[in-house]
Design a protein around this ligand. Structure first.
Ligand code: NAD
Length: 372
């Protein structure tokens, strides 16, 4: 028998409810967590648009790579032609823009890539998205939204005060990284105001968790400790960061995308202010218990701590007031630092294969076709 109209309309309705999201930077640390969350915990379809710089690692998507709701497009967000092709091929309902150069130390050594990707790239994807939106029929167009994912570093330094960053805190970035992220936020806000482009912005505190590239503080310390290498602390280690477990950030971003008010900014934080030195001491204490065979000559991991010259322009304290996203959208973090850091250390201890391929470079060679 042919399907009845009832069944057809039910199926069409169901299909039209599945949101198709274009994610930029989905092979990075946070982007891959967002994609794993969307594929595993929602019925969304995901297109991952990533250039695969040194920070992009398709291994991090291995848990969802075979899903029929996941697709990958290798492209640069500065390449307008590629963006236009990807928009017209996939016709997404929303964009979550995470692609960026993200490492402060690299931005000090060479700011050029940060200007290019964070500023020119954000401009280019805004324009490609705006052209695409103009081509959409009324219903699909009115539901379209563009979520720009940014950092609390745009607000600058809270040294010596008890203040918290609120959504209306003035911008005062210190590093080339945070300056380019601040600039990208301004572009997104201007596109919202001038072109009535449907934007949302989030500013989040430091993330940590599984699949983070080993150049960042927490994985760097875990892997150095396992190797019996020094644990280098900038300055006296008194810098304070508000740490958020990456899966909590992924949930927050989806919440903002689906229920946030257009044109609004939401600060996202973990309510976990910690000094860098205390973060490292906590990691050492967990590893003292968890690692039974320690490197030669190491009885306690904190004996590896060494103090090194501080990073130029290093901000002393960041802290987020996340009361708006909590009150308006009902989001709060599931993990506190104690539970999240235990999970993170365990993950690195149990997933040597993932980080070994990063450390020896094979995660890049294979995808470039230069494998062994
Ligand atoms: P990441 O460096 O781990 O990943 C960035 C991803 O973007 C990589 O997969 C890389 O290949 C891709 N990429 C870089 N340049 C590109 C380009 N020109 N075109 C296409 N893809 C490109 O970064 P992350 O830590 O996952 O951060 C993601 C976003 O979240 C960034 O915008 C960052 O500013 C923001 N953020 C990060 C943190 C944090 O603690 N890591 C905190 C708050 C906000």
């Amino acid at each position: 028998l042919p399907p009845t109209n009832d069944i057809i309309s039910h199926n069409t309705q169901k299909a039209s409810k599945t949101m198709k999201i274009l994610i930029t930077g989905g092979a990075g640390f946070i982007g891959s967590a967002v994609i794993r969350y969307l594929v595993n915990d929602t019925d969304c379809q995901v297109i991952n648009l990533d250039k695969l710089t040194y920070a992009g690692n398709l291994d991090s998507l291995e848990p969802v790579a075979d899903s029929p709701r996941y697709q990958f497009e290798q492209a640069d967000i500065c390449d307008r032609e590629a963006l236009d092709r990807i928009f017209s091929t996939h016709r997404p309902d929303a964009v979550m823009h995470l692609a960026a150069e993200s490492h402060v130390d690299r931005s000090i050594d060479g700011p050029g890539d940060f200007i290019q990707t964070n500023l020119v790239g954000t401009y280019t994807i805004l324009e490609a998205s705006r052209t695409y939106l103009a081509s959409l029929e009324e219903q699909k167009g009115s539901a379209f939204r563009f979520l720009h994912v940014s950092t609390d570093e745009v607000y600058g330094d809270l040294a010596g005060s008890d203040d918290l960053f609120r959504e209306d805190t003035s911008y005062d970035p210190s590093s080339p990284y945070s300056a380019t992220k601040a600039g990208s936020d301004h572009l997104v806000r201007a596109w919202g105001r001038t072109f009535k482009f449907p934007v949302l912005i989030t500013n989040c505190s430091n993330n940590y968790g599984p699949y983070q590239f080993p150049e960042k503080l927490i994985p760097h310390m875990i892997l150095n400790a396992l190797d019996g290498k020094p644990l280098p602390i900038y300055g006296d280690g008194s810098q304070i960061r508000d740490w958020l477990y990456v899966d909590d950030h992924a949930r927050a971003l989806y919440r903002v995308l689906t229920t946030g008010k257009l044109g609004e900014t939401y600060n996202i934080g973990g309510l976990n202010e910690k000094k860098n030195i205390d973060v490292v001491r906590t990691i050492c204490a967990i590893m003292d218990q968890a690692v039974t065979v320690k490197p030669a000559g190491v009885e306690r991991f904190d004996s590896l701590i060494t103090y090194v010259t501080d990073r130029p322009g290093h901000d002393e304290r960041y802290a987020i007031d996340a009361s708006k996203i909590n009150a308006d959208l009902g989001w709060s973090p599931d993990e506190d630092f104690e539970s999240g850091i235990r999970k993170t250390v365990s993950w690195y201890l149990e997933n040597r294969e993932w980080w070994q391929r990063v450390v020896d470079g094979s995660y890049r060679l294979e995808r470039l076709g230069v494998g062994d």
